[in-house]
Design a protein around this ligand. Structure first.
Ligand code: UD1
Length: 422
């Protein structure tokens, strides 16, 4: 397993570009199952999770070809409608093929994703949505067996109210509803920009979706969709991570090819902490700052503060002046980075979903640490950038699932960071 060696203390400066959003590209790849033929996606990041979803599509009889940042998916009718455990366990988002397969072919067998490092992450809300649309669902031998219950073999439009604004649940139901008979209304829908991007793609394919990005999404089912071409939206979490990288080293970094509007909550909190951040339509710049103060943050579904930036923001707070209270409301177990940050000297008390961070400039000192999940890994790399001496981040395969060429991007800004191959 590769490791990342970071020598801290260098101030980052310069410009860096954001890649396409993993969490948008993945869903679009699964959406392609809704229409046989050739789909073309631009700005697709080169990441392990994208490779995993391509493998799943290939197991369903599709062919996937990469040309630079473009991915061409040729969808053919699958021989079986099964997403195998070996593929799903590598990437939870594989459950997102359930809605498309069920809507298009009236049946699907998808392995249950199982446990996950950041909490139990159930899929009950996805299944509730499918059931409301008339699907017959059974769970046995670790698989979800789903069938469209109606005589026509199609799902039926329905009204669905989510108890929690689930991102994946909203996407799965929205995709399923595109080919259902009648109108589907999703209430308390998640509003993440990746959902809007997915809806834009589905509409290009001929779907009739209104309200994506708001709490109420209305989908009028159509009989058929056709393949289309689309450019994936920039990755707001990567953009936010790069902005924090500049901030934590006291440097001046411009993050280009991003949508600052998608990061309002982060920018607000960074400004409150003392940073100057200038935004343009597709770029943002953090100005040099010597000392910043601790601020409180609570994660929430979009447009609230993203849970996927909680760990990185916590690192920023470890070297702030004063205390910060960080509350995680989206996932039940998303503080695994705390014990690793403590190895670097951070002063953090976690209790259930709240962590009290007693920040102090210059506090961190390098040590070997272990990456536990994708965003936690990023928070440890950020810590390494300001820690004295060397920080060795182990198990960085997590990072490779979600950050395209992170070490190259940080090096281009002046960081002393290198990958140690094993
Ligand atoms: C997506 C993102 C992930 C991000 C998360 C929240 C992808 C591939 N992943 O994950 O990076 O951290 O949104 O912004 O896009 N829940 C249930 N039942 C369900 C579904 C969800 O109880 O059926 C709970 C989850 O356990 C969790 C919360 O709802 O506590 C949020 O989950 P959800 O919004 O569904 O996240 P994902 O789609 O899994």
């Amino acid at each position: 397993m590769d490791k990342m060696l970071v020598r801290g203390g260098r101030r980052l400066n310069g410009e860096v570009s954001t890649s396409g959003a993993k969490n948008s590209a993945l869903k679009m790849l699964f959406a392609s199952l809704l229409a046989e033929g050739r789909h073309v996606f631009h700005n697709v990041p080169e990441l392990q999770d994208i490779i995993s979803s391509a493998q799943l599509l290939e197991s369903l009889n599709c062919s996937v070809e990469r040309k630079g940042k473009t991915l061409i998916v040729d969808v053919k009718k699958p021989g079986s409608f099964e997403a195998h455990y070996d593929l799903v366990r590598k990437m939870r988002a594989s459950i997102l093929c359930l809605g498309p397969l069920l809507a298009k072919y009236g049946q699907a067998q998808v392995s249950l994703p199982g446990g996950c490092a950041i909490g139990s992450r159930p899929i009950d809300l996805h299944l509730q949505g499918m059931k409301a649309m008339g699907a017959e669902i059974e769970l046995h031998q670790g698989y979800v067996h789903a069938k469209a219950g109606s005589a026509s073999g199609r799902l039926q439009g329905a009204s669905i109210l989510f108890e929690f604004a689930t991102v994946g649940g909203t996407e799965n139901v929205m995709m399923a509803a595109t080919l259902a008979e009648g109108v589907t209304i999703i209430e308390n829908a998640a509003k993440e920009p990746e959902i809007v991007d997915l809806a834009n793609y589905l509409n290009k394919m001929g779907a009739k979706i209104e309200g994506a990005g708001t709490a109420i999404i209305r989908v009028t089912g159509v009989e058929k969709l056709t393949p289309a071409e689309h450019e994936v939206v920039p990755d707001r979490i990567e953009a936010g991570t790069l902005l924090i990288a500049g901030a934590i080293t006291g440097g001046e970094v411009t993050v280009k090819k991003c949508v600052p509007e998608h990061l309002d909550a982060l920018i607000l909190k960074m400004r409150e902490s003392g940073f100057t951040i200038d935004t343009e339509k597709t770029s943002m710049t953090v100005r040099p700052c010597k000392e910043w103060k601790g601020v409180d943050v609570s994660t929430a579904p979009h447009p609230g503060f993203p849970t996927d930036l909680q760990a990185q923001f916590m690192t920023l707070m470890t070297v702030a002046q004063g205390t910060s209270v960080i509350t995680e409301t989206v996932f039940e177990n998303r503080f695994m980075h705390v014990t690793e940050l403590a190895r670097l000297g951070a002063d953090i008390t976690p209790k259930a979903r709240v962590a009290v961070v007693r920040g102090k400039p210059g506090l961190l000192e390098g040590a070997p640490v272990m990456a536990t999940d994708l965003r936690a890994s990023a928070s440890l790399v950020l810590a390494g950038l300001v820690a004295k001496n060397e920080t060795l981040v182990n198990r960085i395969y997590h990072l490779d699932r979600g950050y395209e060429a992170l070490e190259a991007k940080l090096s281009s800004l002046g960081a002393d960071i290198k990958r140690l191959k094993e």
